[in-house]
Each structure stands twice: as C-alpha cells, then as structure tokens.
Design a protein around this ligand. Structure first.
Ligand SMILES: [Mg+2]
Length: 389
C-alpha cells in the first residue's frame, strides 16, 4: 500500500458576529483538513490546528514540504513516517507550524489504519474505557462592549449553557484582572453553586495578576484556571500551582514529547490540555498522554476546529484510561465551543449532532463506531467553503 497524494483543504466563512478572547477579535472561522489518498482507494482525513492565515502557511508545509518526503511510503508505517518528517524538519522547527502540519498528516494515517483494520480508532488504540463522553460547553467570549454589558451577558450566557445540558461551562477573561474577577462572579451567579465552571485567560496575565484572579477563583470554587500566564513562563506556572488551590491547566500551545516533558517536570500543571491537531498528531499525543500519566497529571484534551478534530478527540477521550482509577473517577470531558461553527456542525455526510446529543443524554456524547475516525466530510461542502492560497 502506498501514499499517492496529500492534499490540504482550507475552509473559511464569515462568522455571524465578531468574537474575541484575550489576544484578539476575529470575524472569520477557518479550518484546515488534510486528505491522504492511497493506491488502494482508501482515503484518510486529518486536521491541522491553526486559524486564519496560519492555516495557509500550514497548507504550504503539508503540500510542499511534507508530501514530497512521504509520497510512495506505506501509510500503515505511520510511526516511521512521523519520525522521518520530524527528523528532516528538526533543524527548521521543533514546535509550531511544522508540528501542526505533521499533525494533520498523522491523524489521516491513523484514519487509514483503522479503515484497513476495520476498527474504530479507539479500538485500534486499545479499546474504549467509556462508550460516551461528557461534554462541557464553552462560550462567554469577549466583544467590543462595555464591562457592564459583558457582566450581564456572561451571567445570562452561563445560565443558558447550563440549560443546554452541558456538564460544565468555560468562560474567557481578558478585560483586565479587576474587571475579570467581576466576570467570574457573574458566571458563578449564572450557573448557580452546584455546577462546574472554568476560566480561560489565554495567557494574558502577569504572575501577580494571575494570583489576584486565582484567589477570587478559589473563593468562587472554579474547577480550573486555564493558561493564566504565557506558556513559556514555566516559573509563573510553578509558582501559581504551588500558591493556589484552584487547578492550574494549560498545554494547548505545547508541542511533542520533549516540550511536554519540560512542562510536566516543571510541576506547574494540575490538568494537562494537549491539542492533538497541533502537538504532532495521534502518534505523538499517545506518547504525551503516557508522559502526563507518568507524572500523575490528569488530561482533558484541548479541542478546537472542525468535526474531524471533534471525532478524533471523541476516540481519544474514549480510549483514555482513568487516572488514578476508582469507582467514581473524574472523567475527561469533551470541549465544545457553543459559538457558531459550521465546520463542526455541517461538514460531515452524517453530522455528529453534538448539541442534540448533549440535550438528550444528560450532557454525554456517543463515540463514533465506524472504522478509523468513523466520519466522512461532504465533498460539496468542502468545495463550497474552500479558499485558494
Ligand atoms: Mg484555552
């Protein structure tokens, strides 16, 4: 069996309204899918993390750099392919876009392996520890509006996400530490006292500001405080984790086993959030998961992007062993963006219908059962939303 073609599909549409987080506002949604074809008629699908113009750069890496290295290789030799690409690109980037590009190719090779074996991805990995996964709904994005309007909207939106059936919710911060504490109070008010909420700062704080917000989160009983400081600030992470009782989470901007080894050995994370579409694909995710568990650090995957990313993560979350185990362990959750996402909701020939599942099944989502990823993009949808370089 041979790889005959590797093609990127970069999709984009204008969002119905502008959305923001602590770093920027954005008005378009982008997705980058990777299609790997073989001489035996089996096609695999993957996805690369990276919004906007980053997706265009990653497309060039996928099609002009990685594809020539691996055309003609056996797609079932996915670990050989991974190391061949990584070793040849090492001198040009051990993190960032080369790894994001490799991730999409690697995920597609696992999709092919599942189809050849006739097994869903989760069984190829080792089996399902759970047949459905609880989902948390994130929303409460920043907008160009006043602090007071943010507060009212966050309280109402938090209540609405709970009412949709999700098992927990997650908010953004980024108006400045003092205003952000008021946003967090509004979200606690919105969801009530008996519901988990999490706070995602997208690394906008200095360590002292993160302590200020973190102490408020202890009072409010937030479940986790995500990316409080810059991902390179290992000292800040370690000090925050040592000084706060709220769980410190992060890792979506970290790559490969060597990057993860450093942040785990630094002891700055209570909860690890690897991004399979960025850190190096499924092959590398499984090594990072083993590293996290070797450090007794529970994992809740970072999930972003299209239905390909969501399906991949449903398999990975199903196949994740409980840590440390027990009758009633904390289960890993599926991250679900409640804002408009056509690439998740309308991409597939048979949509996953996650919001509907959440509402009908007490916040839980079924794991796909077809071979490989068990999902197929609709060709007409791809053609309609594709953008040129
Ligand atoms: Mg995040």
């Amino acid at each position: 069996m041979k790889i005959t073609c590797i093609r990127s599909h970069v999709l984009q549409y204008d969002l119905p309204e502008e959305l923001g987080y602590s770093q920027q506002f954005y008005a378009r949604r982008t997705a980058h899918l990777v299609e790997v074809s073989t001489d035996e008629g089996i096609t695999g699908w993957g996805e690369c993390f990276g919004p906007g113009t980053v997706a265009l750069a990653n497309r060039t890496i996928v099609e002009k750099v990685i594809a020539p290295m691996v055309l003609g290789d056996n797609p079932l030799d996915r670990d050989v392919v991974w190391h061949k690409v990584y070793n040849l690109l090492r001198d040009h980037g051990q993190k960032g876009m080369p790894l994001q590009a490799l991730s999409g190719v690697d995920i597609a090779l696992w999709d092919i392996a599942g189809q050849v074996a006739g097994l869903p991805l989760h069984r190829l990995i080792g089996g399902a520890h759970r047949t459905s996964v609880p989902a948390y709904g994130y929303g409460m994005m920043l907008k160009r509006q006043s602090v007071e309007d943010h507060i009212t909207r966050f309280r109402d939106e938090a209540a609405a996400i709970r009412a949709m059936g999700f098992v927990a919710t997650k908010m953004k911060t980024g108006l400045g530490a003092r205003h952000d504490v008021r946003l967090c109070q509004a979200v606690r008010q919105g969801v009530g006292d008996d519901f988990d909420f999490m706070v995602d700062a997208n690394h906008c704080y200095t360590t002292p500001d993160a302590f200020y917000v973190g102490r408020a989160l202890e009072e409010l009983g937030a479940y986790w405080f995500e990316e409080p400081v810059a991902p390179e600030d290992h000292d800040g992470y370690r000090e925050l984790r040592a000084g706060l009782s709220v769980n410190i989470s992060g890792g979506e901007a970290e790559f490969n086993r060597w990057g993860w080894r450093q942040i785990l050995e630094n002891r700055g994370l209570d909860i690890a959030q690897p991004e399979v579409c960025a850190l190096g694909g499924i092959s590398e995710y499984l090594r990072v998961l083993a590293l996290c568990h070797a450090h007794f650090t529970p994992v809740v995957n970072h999930v972003w992007g299209s239905a390909i990313a969501v399906a991949t993560n449903l398999h990975l979350l199903a196949a994740m062993p409980p840590l440390p185990g027990g009758l009633n362990p904390r289960e890993p959750m599926l991250e679900f963006d409640t804002t408009d996402n056509r690439f998740r909701d309308a991409l597939l020939t048979e949509p996953l219908q996650i919001a509907r599942q959440v509402a009908a099944n007490a916040g839980r989502v079924a794991v796909p059962q077809g071979p490989g990823l068990g999902v197929v993009p609709d060709r007409a949808f791809l053609a309609h939303h594709a953008i040129d370089a």
